[in-house]
Design a binder for this molecule. Structure first.
Ligand code: XMP
Length: 515
């Protein structure tokens, strides 16, 4: 585990790809963190990095107020990889020259490298790279040589082998640079000397140790939703402190079919975690009776959840920590390029407000991880695939999928249709190709015919989208035969639905949920 805490630090100059850079480093099994470019050399030194990466960014080095790092970073004796703007910073700050390119270079380019540069070991030449820049390096800084070029950029890659400074004008982190991963592997292993220390196995062991040290003999409360993040957090904390952890699962009556049963089976029967299941369906549905406005639904559901959770927690006696499944993207989202490392951290939307009111310390053991890493960790901890690879599910649950008035009958209808939809998607082997699949029950009735009888029943809309972060999404192109089977099954097996629609709206303009 030596070295797991010696990160490759990504200095963020406002790049849209900083997150991707950090992920690539982790895919190469080295720990990485993103910090704003404003970080001081002292703060950086305290992080004991094994190397630095200067990200791209939208600015030009000549622009007034262009983001510049503390120049002391070049004297730390650390290997540095510059990417796009990061490379221009090398030239600009170390005595070379950057100028506006005659032609903006944007898109795919053919990159050739000839010299034996450790950064490109094992890389084909020529190879495809992805460019996106308006400025380019015109005069190399002292000590640097050109180690690769494209048609438009004679200095598409530059290196100072003695100081272990490397710069590429292209973006190795994006998929359009197909051999980009090799560049990160070379930088991380051959240049920074990181071992393969960042695996979820070693992270898990280290996290267990840290949780034990922090929690000591104290008690931890966890709001378990059954989603990936809170489930993995609970399993990890349980491994660390066993019965000092108590999980509270609130059945708000807005959950998927058999959800409470699944949570009980996994956490109580399999893991033997102290689990309190609260049946609060009546309370939630009572508060939601007659409410149709989406934001009002959300507020009510959030408010009742806090009341119920607090009441249950009080019954459990004194607790010291509240566990949350906050992930790294939530943490970095709040660290803008111009903010400081101490900028505020977004609180988890499902249980926001709880820690302040209940005077609990937060325990967030996943706050360094990306979602796919959390899934791997979950598997390592023995959680079933049904939990670790499941689609996201909103905190307000089916409340925001039961468009119009929420009644138990309509929720049961929705649950049945949703179960068929998900089952068919799983059976067809496409569940993991889809970001999220959901059914919405619409406040519309339609005329149909079943047997010899006319029907006048509810209409549901299926939605399945692909996405990488839920910010944008596209509808999933189902095999029409699969759609046909799903629609047939829903109309035949769900008594109150006689018409099924498929939603082909992307996001934007539509959101993923209907409400
Ligand atoms: P939208 O509908 O905004 O959803 O495109 C983006 C992602 O967020 C989820 N979502 C929520 N999650 N509380 C949550 O915990 C909410 O109120 C909420 N609303 C939407 C949605 O399922 C999708 O994954």
């Amino acid at each position: 585990m030596e070295g797991i805490r010696r990160p490759v630090v990504v200095l963020d100059f406002g790049a849209q790809y900083s997150k991707l850079i950090a992920r690539r480093v982790r895919e190469a099994h080295a720990y990485s963190v993103i910090v704003p470019y404003t970080i001081t050399v002292e703060a950086l030194r305290e992080m004991t990095p094994s190397g630095l990466i200067l990200s791209g960014g939208p600015a030009s080095v000549h622009q007034a107020g262009a983001p510049h790092p503390d120049p002391g970073i070049f004297n730390l004796g650390l290997p540095i990889l510059g990417i796009c703007y990061g490379t221009q910073l090398f030239a600009h700050l170390l005595g070379g020259k950057v100028a506006r390119a005659d032609r903006r270079e944007y898109g795919i380019a053919r990159f050739e490298h000839a010299s034996p540069c450790p950064l490109f070991e094992g890389l084909s030449s020529p190879t495809q790279v992805w460019m996106s820049h308006g400025d380019r390096v015109e005069v190399l800084p002292h000590g640097f040589t050109a180690v690769g070029h494209t048609d438009n950029s004679p200095y598409a890659a530059i290196a100072d082998d003695e100081r272990h400074f490397y710069g590429v004008q292209f973006h190795p982190e994006v998929v359009h640079t197909p051999e980009g991963m090799r560049i990160f592997e070379n930088f991380v292993h051959k240049i920074c000397g990181c071992g393969d220390s960042w695996t979820m196995g070693s992270f898990g062991e280290m996290a267990v140790q840290e949780i034990r040290e922090r929690v000591g003999e104290k008690k931890v409360l966890c709001a378990l939703s059954g989603g990936v993040d809170s489930s993995v957090a609970a399993a990890l904390i349980h491994r660390a402190v066993g019965d000092q952890l108590t999980c509270v699962f609130v059945d708000n009556g807005l959950l998927r079919k058999n959800e409470a049963k699944l949570v009980r089976e996994v956490f109580q029967e399999h893991f033997h975690i102290n689990l309190v299941c609260v049946d609060a369906e009546e309370r939630f549905l009572g508060a939601l009776a007659g409410v149709t406005e989406p934001e009002q639904k959300r507020k009510i559901i959030g408010g009742v959840f806090i009341d119920v959770f607090e009441e249950e927690a009080r019954k459990l006696g004194h607790m010291d920590f509240l566990a949350q499944g906050t992930l790294y993207p939530d943490v970095i989202e709040s660290l803008s390029a111009t903010g400081g490392p101490s900028a505020t951290i977004k609180s988890h939307h499902n249980v926001g407000g709880l820690p302040e009111e209940m005077h609990l310390e937060l325990l967030e053991p996943l706050r360094e991880l990306f979602k796919d890493e959390v899934r791997v960790l979950g598997r390592e901890l023995g959680l079933p695939d049904e939990i670790v690879s499941r689609h996201p599910f909103p905190g307000p649950g089916l409340g925001v999928r039961c468009v119009g008035a929420i009644t138990r009958e309509r929720l049961d209808t929705l649950r049945d249709a949703d179960a068929i939809f998900v089952e068919e998607i799983r059976n067809a082997g496409v569940y993991n190709d889809i970001w999220q699949a959901l059914v919405c029950l619409l406040p519309v009735r339609s005329v149909g015919v079943q047997g010899d009888e006319q029907t006048y029943e509810e209409v549901c809309s299926l939605r399945a989208v692909t996405s990488s972060d839920a910010m944008t999404a596209d509808w999933y192109p189902f095999d029409p035969q699969l759609l046909r089977r799903i629609a047939n099954r829903i109309c035949n097996e769900v008594a109150r639905i006689n018409r099924v629609l498929y939603d082909i709206t992307s996001k934007p303009p539509g959101t993923i949920e209907w409400e």
